[in-house]
Design a binder for this molecule. Structure first.
Ligand code: PLP
Length: 406
């Protein structure tokens, strides 16, 4: 692929059509267009509205627990013997990950739009739980679409959503995973035009979703940037985040995109290796195509059929990636690197032992890359890793991988 010309700023996208270069846009059915345009109009109204911002900040502070800490991971730093490692502690948020940032923003948007009903899709159930949480907080009925396969293997999260008052609808189409749940949510949206808000879970989907989800998640990077300036008096040398659909990563990256000396690295799920099909590295082993209303890098076969990704981490197995990442990849501003299941598992164990922090397996992918590059860096250099979530949800998976019983 030809490298596009380097823009003056990497922070101005998307354009009016919702494009990041050749990626993004809104490839949706005619019937969905009025809803998308209505959403865009309201989004443009609220995005710079001080009252909206104040309400969001208030909830982020007192309900979700922001700002999240920027923590010097001294144990890991000593262990690796190179650059200083910091963790941005999204694991400390209410519901255990960065997902609440997006859900709070979107539920306030739904309220502004006068919507009466919330729908969401979920894979492993983390976004479903966060959506059910904000729906409970604001008194909305909530329907969560979840692939039937995922319903069976994520029963604790299904139970949590039910406790929170949401209805979980299993989707049997396709392989019964996240991609199918997302299709079903889009279908529900078209048939319930008047009253329903679709609370999408990552920085993907048709414009303006990639932009608004990025905006709500950018609180991660804005805080981290101010915190490192305060704690170290300078910007980091490298920042790292795991990429599923890409929301925690774009949230960390976006405020740093024009800091030319900051190296930015996104981590894809390398699964059992990129030579086979058991991975979820759409930017390293996929090709551009259209899925869920936007053009982006996807895992697809020669006929354009979307493939099911594999990762030990359920939050990383979306077969696509948000369109802004595809653009950042091709423009060369951000590097995207795969990390294997086994490497993530090692980083999970290491972080637990030397930091007393059990990271989400998704976040462990980002840490695993730090483990690789930090030892060769100078001691006065700084690396920030986004700890996107906590690992309590993953203990069964880890026990399984280690051949242990809980
Ligand atoms: C969902 C999830 C991810 C992946 O989603 P993104 O949209 O790529 O951020 C990463 N980490 C955790 C803890 C998650 O729950």
């Amino acid at each position: 692929m030809n490298k596009p010309a380097t823009p003056n700023s990497f922070r101005t996208g998307p354009d009016e059509q919702g494009m990041f270069g050749i990626f993004g846009g809104r490839f949706v059915a005619e019937t969905l267009m009025p809803l998308i345009l209505d959403l865009e109009r309201h989004w443009n109204e609220v995005k710079n509205d001080p009252d909206f911002r104040a309400e969001l900040t208030n909830l982020s502070t007192h309900y979700a627990g922001r700002p999240s800490k920027l923590y010097f991971a001294e144990g890991l730093t000593k262990h690796l013997g190179g650059a200083k490692v910091y963790f941005k502690r999204e694991d400390l948020n209410h519901t255990g990950s960065h997902k609440i940032n997006n859900c709070l923003g979107q539920i306030l948007l739904a309220k502004r739009m006068g919507k009466k009903r919330i729908i969401a899709e979920t894979g492993a159930g983390q976004h479903g739980v966060a959506s059910a949480t904000v729906a409970a907080r604001f008194g909305y009925p909530c329907v969560v679409y979840m692939g039937a396969t995922d319903v069976a293997r994520q029963s604790p999260n299904v139970f949590r959503m039910k406790l929170l008052g949401a209805e979980v609808r299993p989707v049997t189409a396709g392989h019964g995973t996240l991609k199918d749940a997302m299709n079903e949510a889009l279908r529900d949206w078209v048939t319930n035009v008047e009253d329903t808000y679709y609370l999408i879970g990552t920085a993907a989907g048709p414009h303006p979703y990639p932009e608004l989800v990025r905006d709500f998640q950018s609180v991660i990077g804005s805080e981290a940037r101010a915190q490192i300036l305060e704690q170290e008096g300078r910007l980091p040398d490298t920042i790292i985040a795991a990429v599923g659909g890409g929301s925690n990563a774009i949230g960390l990256f976006h405020p740093f995109l024009d800091d030319k000396d900051v190296r930015i690295i996104g981590i894809e799920a390398g699964g059992r290796g990129l030579d086979g099909i058991e991975h979820c590295a759409s930017m390293n082993a996929g090709s551009p195509g259209v899925l869920h209303g936007n053009r982006t890098y996807l895992l697809q076969n020669a006929d354009g059929q979307i493939m099911d990704g594999h990762s030990i981490s359920a939050g990383l197995d979306y077969p696509g990636v948000g369109p802004e990442h595809s653009w950042l990849r091709d423009s060369g501003r951000v590097e995207y690197v795969p990390i294997l299941d086994d490497e993530a598992l090692e980083a999970f164990k290491l972080t637990t032992r030397v930091e007393g922090i059990i990271p989400a397996l998704e976040s462990a992918h980002a840490i695993a890359h730090a483990v690789k590059i930090v030892p060769a860096m100078d001691k006065d250099q700084i690396v920030i890793v986004n700890l996107s979530g906590r690992g309590d949800k993953d203990v069964h998976t880890v026990a399984n991988m280690l051949g242990m019983e809980i």
